[in-house]
Design a binder for this molecule. Structure first.
Ligand code: GDP
Length: 297
C-alpha cells in the first residue's frame, strides 16, 4: 500500500468537503474560514490545532495576497508541508543503538517493533528485540514469533520480570552478540503518569549504566484510528519521558488521518513512519510533502 492509498478514506473525508467549500464561496471571507474550521475539526485535526492551523492559513493567504478560493489549495499544501518540517535532532550514537518503544496497549506497538526490526535487518543491521513489556505473556509470545519471522535475536525474562532488569540483561546480550540495534518494548498499560514515568526513567537509568547514552531514542507508537486519543497520548508520553519520534499506525482504512496534522501542530516531534497494514513490510517513511500531496490530490 502506498501512502496515497492508505489515505484514501481521510482524503474522501477532507477533500470532498474542501472542494464543496471552494465551489460555494467566491471570497475567502469569515464565513469561508468558519466553514473550513468545521471541516478540520470533523477530520480529527483536533479543536485547538484546527484553530492554530486556521490562523496560520489566514496569515499565509494574506502574505501571498490570495483572496479567492481558487488559490486556497496551494496555500494549504504549502502550510501542511511547513508544519511537518519538524526539526529532527540527529544525535551521535555509540553503537549499538538502543531504541525504546513506548505506547498504549493495542496501538500496534508489537507489530511496529517487528516492522522496524525487519527494516533494519534488510539494511544489513543485526537486531535484538527485548521484551520489556512484562505484564502481558501473550505480548511476549507475539514478540518472539515476530523476532523469529524477521530473523532478529530475542531477549525475554518472561512475564512479571522487572522491566529494568530485562533492559539491563538484554543490553548485556546485545553487546556480547555484537548487535547493531536493540529495540526495547515497554509496558503499555495506561496507569498513572507518575508510575509510567518512574518505570521508564528506571529503564533509562539502568540502560545508561550498561551502555552510556542508551537509550538513544524513544519512539512513541500511536494509533490513527483513535483520533483525538492519539493526540492526548502524545502529550502524556512526551511529558512523562520525552518522545523523539512518532510512528502513526493503522493509517490504512481510517478516515481519521487528520490527526497527524494535529500532532504535528501541537508537538514539534517528527513523525518518522506510518503503518499501512499488518505485515512486516507495511511501514512507510513519512514525509509531510507526500502527505499534503496525497491528501489534496
Ligand atoms: P500492541 O498491543 O500495541 O502491541 O498491538 P499489536 O502490535 O499487537 O497490534 C494490534 C492489532 O493491530 C493487530 O491485529 C495488528 O495486526 C494490528 N495493526 C498493527 N499495525 C497496523 C497497521 O499499520 N495497520 C493495520 N491495518 N493494522 C495494524
Amino acid at each position: 500500500l502506498k501512502l496515497s492509498e492508505g489515505l484514501a478514506k481521510t482524503r474522501e473525508q477532507i477533500a470532498a468537503r474542501i472542494d464543496g467549500l471552494l465551489s460555494s464561496h467566491d471570497k475567502m471571507d469569515e464565513d469561508f474560514w468558519e466553514e473550513l474550521e468545521e471541516i478540520l475539526i470533523m477530520a480529527d485535526v483536533g479543536f485547538e490545532p484546527a484553530g492554530k492551523l486556521l490562523a496560520q492559513l489566514k496569515n499565509r493567504a494574506r502574505k501571498a495576497g490570495v483572496t479567492e478560493p481558487s488559490g486556497f489549495k496551494e496555500i494549504l499544501r504549502e502550510e501542511l508541508a511547513q508544519i511537518f518540517r519538524a526539526p529532527r535532532t540527529i544525535k551521535a550514537v555509540n553503537p549499538p543503538e538502543v531504541v525504546m518503544i513506548v505506547g498504549v496497549n493495542g496501538v500496534g506497538k508489537t507489530t511496529t517493533i517487528a516492522k522496524l526490526a525487519y527494516r533494519a535487518q534488510m539494511q544489513g543491521r543485526k537486531v535484538l528485540i527485548a521484551a520489556g513489556d512484562t505484564f502481558r505473556a501473550a505480548a511476549i509470545e507475539q514478540l518472539q514469533i515476530w523476532a523469529n519471522r524477521v530473523g532478529a535475536s530475542f531477549f525475554s525474562k518472561g512475564e512479571s520480570a522487572d522491566p529494568a532488569a530485562v533492559a539491563f540483561e538484554a543490553m548485556e546480550r546485545c553487546l556480547a552478540e555484537g548487535c547493531d540495534l536493540m529495540l526495547l518494548d515497554t509496558a503499555g498499560r495506561l496507569h498513572t503518569k507518575a508510575n509510567l514515568m518512574e518505570e521508564l526513567k528506571k529503564i533509562e537509568r539502568v540502560l545508561g549504566k550498561k551502555h552510556p547514552g542508551a537509550p538513544h531514542r524513544t519512539i512513541l507508537v500511536v494509533d490513527a484510528t483513535t483520533g483525538q486519543n492519539a493526540l492526548s497520548q502524545t502529550k502524556l508520553f512526551n511529558e512523562a519521558v520525552g518522545v523523539d519520534e512518532i510512528v502513526l499506525t493503522k493509517l490504512d482504512g481510517t478516515a481519521k488521518g487528520g490527526v497527524v496534522v494535529g500532532i504535528a501542530l501541537e508537538h514539534s516531534i517528527p513523525i518518522t513512519f506510518v503503518g499501512l497494514g499488518e505485515k512486516m513490510e507495511d511501514l512507510r517513511p513519512f514525509s509531510g510533502e507526500d502527505f499534503a500531496k496525497a491528501l489534496l490530490a
